[in-house]
Design a protein around this ligand. Structure first.
Ligand SMILES: [Zn+2]
Length: 222
């Protein structure tokens, strides 16, 4: 019956695949297969301490369209696709026998209002569930908060982004989840300004993250 119901729903709702635009609920099978996670080490203009940023894939093609659908067009169900990318990037930082806490970069009040949810937090929780199902000890803790609201990052260059974010975050001194390897997570790494500010705030509060993970990275234009 399901085979009949889904196309009927597509016709009624006009649902389109976020990757190719063909009728589908969420993401079609072909696009799902095409964007399987391929973790990459992100090269930043300025390194963030001695931390290696890893992304689950490149922010191009189908993955880019899926991220836009998820982030800008309210297709929150796509978290189910993107959590695999974040989980794959987190796994690169895992050390044998060490429990992990994912610390999501906090969403600004403005974008939480616009999107009705803290998307990065939800994504981190979905990735942690996946990793726990695979036997890893992974939890999520929202240890970072905004001290002040930064301006919208869109359209800002690397230097302007860094200046916009400097001192914007604060970290909790004591982690509620106890002693675990901290991996800072975000959705898209572009210049690394957000992750850099997150690491600065965590270090100031006495924490030493072991890794940085994101769903995707935007190729740099030099
Ligand atoms: Zn598709």
């Amino acid at each position: 019956m399901r085979e009949l119901i889904v196309p009927a729903a597509d016709l009624l709702l006009g649902a389109r695949c976020a990757g190719c635009g063909r009728p589908a609920l969420g993401l079609c099978r072909a696009c799902g297969a095409a964007i399987r996670p391929r973790p990459v080490v992100v090269t930043l203009g300025h390194p963030i301490a001695d931390l290696v940023p890893v992304a689950g894939g490149m922010n191009t093609g189908i993955l880019r369209r899926v991220l836009i659908g998820w982030k800008e067009q309210g297709m929150t169900g796509l978290s189910r696709v993107l959590d695999h990318h974040l989980a794959a990037a987190v796994v690169v930082h895992a050390r044998p026998g060490r429990p992990v806490v994912l610390v999501p970069v906090p969403t600004s009040r403005r974008s939480r209002r616009a999107r009705g949810a803290d998307l990065v937090d939800e994504l981190a929780r979905a990735a942690a569930r996946l990793l726990r199902r695979a036997g890893a000890d992974v939890v999520v803790e929202q240890a970072l908060t905004h001290v002040r609201e930064p301006a919208d990052q869109a359209g800002l260059g690397a230097d302007a982004r860094a200046a916009n974010l400097a001192g914007a975050l604060r970290a909790r001194r004591t982690m509620r989840s106890g002693a675990r390897d901290i991996v800072v997570v975000d959705d898209i790494v572009t210049t690394g300004a957000t992750l850099r500010e997150a690491v600065r705030a965590l270090s100031e509060a006495g924490h030493r993250p072991v890794g940085l993970a994101a769903v995707a990275t935007t190729p740099r234009h030099s």
